[in-house]
Design a protein. Structure first.
Length: 326
């Protein structure tokens, strides 16, 4: 059974003088190592939900547990050192070099110089910025995409188990944004961090998330896998938001690994193979054009890891949806 790393227990938030809550009573369980996207329009409460985890906003009611601890029982500075935080504006210190920016928290934690240098170089390589070329540059000498990479590296500097990301790629051009999304997925797969990622972009939410929290007017509308949200939206709002009537097109943003089930039976010579990175639009086309019962999913070593049939792409019974209190 998966470990729960973040737990919302009847959590709500109402700001002073507000006529209604920004987040209505919400209970959620976030599994360790998962990538959760939080999707909604402006004012839906998604950023407020995120910021309550590291106590930028304090809940008005309910409790939040991080790694089993009530966050109100943990000193704020101690809590925030365990949680990386990345925002759209990046917030790099302009008078500090890239190295100094990334080393901010390790210095506060009194790491020794050699350990800091090793960590900085490791993280720069992780975000595809060669240390010898970038560690001594200043933020003004970097492009927007490069600055955002440094922001991600800085958030990971103390090796936190949790990363909170508030529309981090919102101000970046489409090509760079797609590249950063790919890199973030690769980092998450390699490092197994728990990531909560706020976005208003449905394609970004589908591409990145193992599960998606859909919010509207302070309420969680659905918390489910991307394929279930596309194929079986919980209500009219979710259907409109994800444009479920154009589900065939949206399937192009989902990878085979998000829909596959364990391999059953033996493979045979005529088995059609697809990679874990093949999009589900291509999978569906193969199933229909070749009249297949299923396709076999293989990893990058060409080892079979699962299968997908039409059953995995069908609309499921409404009662089977995972629901959350709202």
């Amino acid at each position: 059974m998966s470990n729960i790393i973040i737990q919302f227990d009847k959590v709500s938030k109402t700001f002073p003088k507000a006529s209604k809550p920004s987040v209505y009573e919400t209970s959620l369980s976030i599994e360790e190592g998962s990538f959760i996207t939080i999707l909604g329009t402006s004012g839906s409460g998604k950023t407020t939900l995120l910021k309550m985890i590291n106590r930028i906003h304090e809940p008005s009611s309910g409790k939040i547990f991080v790694q089993g601890e009530d966050i109100t029982k943990v000193p704020v500075t101690q809590l925030r050192r365990k949680i990386g935080y990345v925002i759209q504006q990046i917030g790099l210190f302009p008078h500090m070099t890239v190295k100094e920016n990334i080393a901010t928290v390790p210095r506060i934690l009194k790491w020794d110089g050699e350990k800091i240098n090793e960590r900085v170089d490791f993280l720069l390589r992780l975000v595809h910025l060669p240390p010898e070329d970038f560690r001594d540059r200043y933020p003004r000498q970097l492009s927007g995409g490069q600055q955002q990479r440094v922001g991600i590296a800085r958030a990971m500097a103390s090796d936190p188990d949790i990363l909170l990301m508030d529309e981090p790629f919102g101000a970046i051009d489409a090509i760079t944004r797609s590249s950063l999304q790919d890199e973030l997925l690769a980092i998450q797969k390699k490092m197994r961090k728990t990531i909560l990622f706020v976005t208003h972009d449905i394609e970004e939410a589908l591409k990145l998330g193992d599960k998606i929290i859909v919010m509207n007017e302070g309420k969680v509308q659905q918390f489910d896998t991307p394929i279930n949200i596309l194929m079986n939206p919980a209500n009219e709002f979710v259907s409109q938001l994800v444009k479920s009537d154009d589900v065939f097109q949206l399937l192009s943003f989902l990878k085979a690994e998000k829909a596959m089930v364990p391999l059953q039976g033996e493979m045979h010579e005529k088995s059609v193979e697809v990679s874990t990175e093949t999009n589900l639009k291509t999978v569906l086309s193969l199933l229909l054009k070749k009249d297949l019962d299923n396709v076999v999913v293989v990893d990058n070593q060409n080892k079979p890891v699962g299968q997908i049939g039409l059953e995995q792409l069908k609309i499921k019974d409404q009662d089977s949806l995972y629901s959350v209190s709202r």
